[in-house]
Write a protein that binds this ligand. Sequence first.
Ligand code: FES
Ligand SMILES: [Fe+2]
Length: 474
Amino acid sequence: MGEHLAGSALPANSAATARGPGLTLREQLLADPIRPPEPLLTESPSFEGDEDLPFEPYLSARHAEQEISHVWGKVWQWACHLDHLPEPGDYCVYDVGPYSALVVRAGHGEIKAYVNSCMHRGTQLRPAGSCGFAQQLTCPFHGWTWSLEGELIDVPSRWDFPHVSAESHRLAEIPVGVWGGFVFVSFDPDVMPLEQYLGVLPRHFAEICGEWDLDQRYIETHVRKRLPCNWKAAAEAFIEAYHVRETHATGRPGDEVTAQYDVFEPNVSRFIHTIGMDGPERPVPRTEQQMLDHLTRNIRHGMEPLELPAGLRARDFYAQLTKDTMGAQYGHDFSGLSQSVTLDSIEYFLFPNAFFFPGLSLPMVYRFLPDPDDVDVCSFELLMMRPRPANGDAPPPPQVVELEVDDSYTLASGLGGLGRVYDQDTANLAAQTRGFKASAKAGQTLGNYQESRVRHLQRRVRECIAAGESAAKP
Ligand code: FES
Ligand SMILES: [Fe+2]
């Protein structure tokens, strides 16, 4: 191995610019018959340095406390979906660390978010993680009651509280905003506007998705699983495609996928990797028929293989098949969609913990949250977002499928064949966490390009902590 590395030593200036062999992803996309939307042809690589990244931020309780104050207490983060709050009076509770937000649809349809803590003696007004309906917000302890607009409207034994007024004891409001059908909150009253925080995300999604942008999709499947690792390690397991060859395929050369990695400052990063193209390192490329057999192995299980019409690429044929099938299933005309938007794994990350996929057949949203008591545990939510029917009547959000650390994702039927793939990812996480602790070196060594998004996430955490600590200095 050492010899191989020495033999392929790269020129000194290549740290930032070295790329794998073969066509770039952009070149692959430009070879597709239907040109993909412009944002997919944009490249924005980021060389984030090549020093080892310390393990300490994954393991230390002190670091987790700093994250609570300076990351989770400061950023925008999605709390729930608008479909959880269709009518005035609908509410959802969102918790992270010690923070708790009560997100409510108020009387005129506007979305409000309150600190979920009673202005009398602090009791949580609604239980952690709950969603429900209330005409007024009454505290379960002594019955103080607020309107949906946060105004204090009833205090039992009013005579005993001459020092309390509707004004002085309004529910504390926190910043709230909506993008793509998701309701975002921040626990920082001085947070920047959501639109600014989201950066390129709304424009890219609008251009990539067109008429079925994220707000035109509904939640078909919602899974929440406990994972045996720090929340950052969990998010980082989904942030690169470098692991595909070993974790998801045979581990042999040729199982690599061509991927592009981008950072859009300050809060967004992205990868795109193609589906239905051979990796450049495959010694003997598959025939197009073999590629089609591979692409359809799940949907054609136990059936006769599909025959590829002469002269067609498997990727193009399979994209058309996908558009036809999903068009019939969801009642839309997807015929104009490019091969890339139809098939590829296009994954946008929004710091600190959310992933949004604009693609048609890989339409996921992820959220990672720290466990409030254990730095070695986190929760991973996985949503499948489908195009709303043309008449706009989407089904209500499904019940969340709750999975424990040892439960297989295949228990969540809505994930189909992807369940097995996610199981392969989980298997690495406990081993990585144990290895962090056993390591003879102080940190992890990362690829300059393929793992640049790991560095971006960690850099943003460090920047938030540094900003918070310096603001706290007298
Ligand atoms: S703590 Fe809420 S009414 Fe007393
Ligand atoms: Fe994976």
